[in-house]
Ligand binder design. Structure first.
Ligand code: UT7
Length: 332
């Protein structure tokens, strides 16, 4: 685990955006196709509905409008960014990167573009990565996008996973700022638990074949109970670590923007981090788990709803497959 406190150069978030598909899939609709109920899903996860992409659409179709909105809110155009990072576990294709597809759509001709794979921690990992490049002066303005179409990788006959996930994209523009900005960051990984949440098929180990399809290898698999416990432990630990690195206390935090996987995980993270639930931003009820998009969608909504104000101390905290986890502590 590596926690880093502020360097002399301040890097902040100067624009935010999001985009979700218009199609809403409610718990009641799901209960017509798998053996589940609105009551079970709401009481065990806090999810009421999620957004699902139209057939034929891909991750970049969500990433592009989210990125455009973030650029607009920063008063910038595609040509003004020189680094594009897309965090995703569901890229349009294995290659080229979805970031390069974004570059083409945005006319960001001078940008260096690549995707980052850290599952649900993707946005936080990408923000920390972008910050390092901006601090060392390699690039001046970064566009960071978390975008997922997990609905294409879900076994819609498996009630233990299909009720949890949704599609969406969140984006932010990062640049040097004179006040506020990122105060400290924390990242961690634990590959020894890689088999708790994974998708075996489609890569070089199990390339697509009739057998891989028959064995349902192209769908996400999860040990929900173990992931639940580790998500709580790692996210609460990361919030404590990042606060300690910045010599700040939990009571100084105005808002915690956690990865949105399950309301019970968010409640437990609040408890173990010493934060009241009123300080936790929650939108898992409307979108489910959008993986790498989750923290940036939540950041956009927290800003839009006025839940975070200029100067507020805010923490984004994430956890995902890998395992991966991390935090970004910033003054908004
Ligand atoms: O982004 C990071 C990745 N994901 C997560 O963070 C998710 C972490 N895990 C979780 O959120 C929770 O573990 C779940 C929501 C996945 C499951 O909740 P749980 O309270 O841990 O339930 P469980 O797995 O212990 O299952 C309890 C029962 C089981 O029945 P039996 O064996 O007790 O008879 C399941 O078969 O609930 C059953 N069940 C369902 N019942 C109705 C599992 N899924 C469903 C369902 N509807 N959709």
């Amino acid at each position: 685990m590596a926690a880093r406190a502020s360097t002399s150069k301040r890097i902040g978030i100067v624009g935010v955006g999001m985009h979700v598909p218009s199609k809403v899939l409610t718990n009641q609709e799901l209960a017509r196709t798998v053996e589940t109920s609105d009551e079970w899903i709401r009481s065990r996860t806090g999810i009421r509905e999620r957004r699902i992409i139209e057939p034929g659409m891909a991750t970049s179709d969500l990433a592009i409008p989210a990125a455009r909105q973030a650029l607009k809110s920063a008063g910038l155009h595609g040509k003004d960014v020189d680094l594009i990072l897309v965090a995703t576990t569901s890229p349009d294709m294995l290659f080229p990167s979805t970031a390069c597809l974004l570059q083409r759509a945005l006319g960001a001709k001078s940008a260096v573009c690549f995707d980052l794979s850290a599952a649900c921690s993707g946005s936080v990992f990408a923000m920390i990565t972008a910050r390092q490049y901006l601090v060392d002066g390699s690039y001046k303005r970064a566009l960071v996008v978390g975008a997922e179409v997990l609905s294409n990788f879900i076994d819609w006959t498996d009630r233990s996973t299909c009720v949890l996930f949704g599609d969406g994209a969140g984006a932010c523009v990062m640049a040097p700022v004179s006040r506020g900005g990122i105060v400290a960051t924390d990242m961690g990984s634990d590959g020894s638990a890689a088999d708790l949440l994974y998708m075996p098929g489609g890569g070089s180990k199990y390339p697509p074949s009739h057998a891989s399809v028959d064995q349902r290898l192209h769908f996400l698999r999860m040990n929900g109970g173990e992931i639940f416990k580790l998500a709580v432990r790692r996210m609460a630990g990361s919030v404590k670590t990042v606060l300690k690195a910045a010599h700040r206390k939990p009571e100084e935090l105005e808002c915690c923007i956690p990865h949105q996987a399950n309301i019970r995980i968010i409640e437990a993270v609040a408890k173990w981090s010493g934060l009241p639930m009123e300080r936790m931003f929650v939108n898992v009820d409307r979108y489910g788990n959008t993986s790498a998009a989750s923290n940036l969608i939540a950041l956009y909504e927290a800003a839009e709803e006025g839940r975070i104000q200029r100067g507020d101390l805010v923490v984004l905290v994430a956890f995902g497959a890998g395992l991966t986890w991390g935090s970004v502590l910033l003054e908004w």
